[in-house]
Design a protein around this ligand. Sequence first.
Ligand code: NAD
Length: 236
Amino acid sequence: MRAGVAFTGAGISTECGIPDFRSPGGFWSRNRPISFDDFLASREARNEAWRRRFAMEAAFGGARPGRGHRALARGVERGRLTGVITQNIDGLHHASGVPAERLVELHGNSTYATCLNCGLRYELGWVRTRFEAAGGAAPDCATCGGPVKTASVSFGQAMPADEMRRARQMARSCDVFLAIGSSLVVFPAARLPLEARQAGATLVIINREPTEFDAMADLVLRVDIGDVLDNLFDSP
Ligand code: NAD
């Protein structure tokens, strides 16, 4: 393969036990998302957001990178992929060993938290200790009193400008763009395959269900992600 870029969605993490967004009756569909504005406006919404986050931790906190994550990390290590752009917030590409300078977490990362006011980083354990001690009340920043939120991007929250810029640059400069395990309906992330294609890349979509972008792809593989990626970058 020439210079490739992988763009991943929730489908790459399902074999790790983390449900994707649209599975009927799944964890996500039972919980109406808490918008960024609600999080900022209401202490009750902050309490609920952290209650859900710790429930997710109990359910999926032990997830480890799967075959897809490991294959893409190998691809980066062997110079076949110039980078990985992910919409996922589970931190599994990072855990699989993709270095930070080759990884764009477009929607952030829910495995740690930051103060929305001063930007100070907090680990989940710090939040949890205080949340539990306060009977389920979300703690504020110890330094400035600002709201503390997982470092993921909520509905209604601005996309991180630097990550968007890096993702667009990767998409526009690759030869092959692999869209893996995404329904490609969440914008602006879903614009990236289009931008890559317009800039001359070959577009490959790997997803077990049809996507809106199948018609313009050069190759569509309706297969299981782990099965197809498993041996992809094995040879040196
Ligand atoms: P999505 O749920 O909309 O789409 C996932 C797609 O992957 C589906 O079309 C499904 O058919 C396919 N899929 C699932 N498992 C597969 C497998 N083993 N092999 C092949 N295909 C498979 O996910 P999205 O497009 O990433 O959008 C959801 C949004 O929600 C994103 O913004 C993401 O940040 C967030 N989210 C993240 C996680 C996570 O971090 N793991 C999980 C759920 C949702």
